[in-house]
Write a protein that binds this ligand. Structure first.
Ligand SMILES: [Fe+2]
Length: 208
């Protein structure tokens, strides 16, 4: 349902990819060829039919829509570390709806049955590109201790396409075998609900 149509793909190439490319360059300049999040002015998404689809999906599921955000990752980046998504200290995000536009082939997403209370997970204070302000700004999430051993993942998806990502679990995106910059549009929930509740609502609406 959230694979962009040909038309949506063309629209994204014209209206979103140029902003994503600037954001990617800013981040790679600062941190090297990695994977990270950035903010885009929400007006970038006005006029994209996918925007309405996503907002309708949120309404149908009784979710409040926070904003679209953007993840960019360097092709072939060998820098993946387990992390937990968060905006504020002590409050992991539960889930986000991902709509990858580029860099799907060769990507690998893994999850572990573990979250921010895992001693291997550390606070991450960093800077992310804020296109709305035209500068880097402070950001927060959780990132694994680089020396920690995580063992085999509990669940793995190769070439991950559009999906609800359970981001309160430790998860890792590997881009080692991608051949283009990964560009992933993501829709965030304003008022978090439990993953189990989200799954129930998706089931009640016959998505799963
Ligand atoms: Fe994440």
């Amino acid at each position: 349902m959230f694979w962009p149509t040909e038309e949506e793909s063309v629209w994204a190439t014209e209206h979103i990819i140029p902003h994503a490319t600037i954001a990617a360059n800013k981040l790679f300049e600062k941190y090297g060829p990695k994977f990270d999040k950035t903010d885009l002015d929400q007006s970038v998404f006005d006029g994209w039919s996918m925007t309405d689809k996503v907002k309708n999906h949120f309404n149908e599921l009784g979710l409040s829509f926070r904003r679209f955000s953007l993840f960019v990752g360097a092709a072939g980046a060998k820098s993946a570390v387990p992390h937990v998504d968060a905006h504020t200290i002590g409050a992991p995000m539960v889930a986000r709806l991902n709509i990858p536009l580029r860099g799907i082939e060769g990507a690998k997403l893994s999850w572990w049955d573990s979250s921010v209370d895992d001693p291997r997970m550390l606070e991450r204070h960093f800077e992310q590109w804020d296109a709305t302000q035209g500068k880097m700004r402070k950001a927060f999430s959780y990132l694994a201790d680089p020396h920690a051993d995580w063992g085999p993942a509990s669940f793995v998806v190769n070439n991950p396409g559009p999906c609800w990502n359970h981001v309160e679990l430790a998860h890792k995106l590997e881009l080692d075998f991608t051949t283009e910059t990964r560009i992933n549009i993501t829709a965030e929930i304003q008022d978090q609900i439990a993953w189990e509740e989200l799954v129930t609502r998706l089931r009640n609406c016959n998505y799963i």
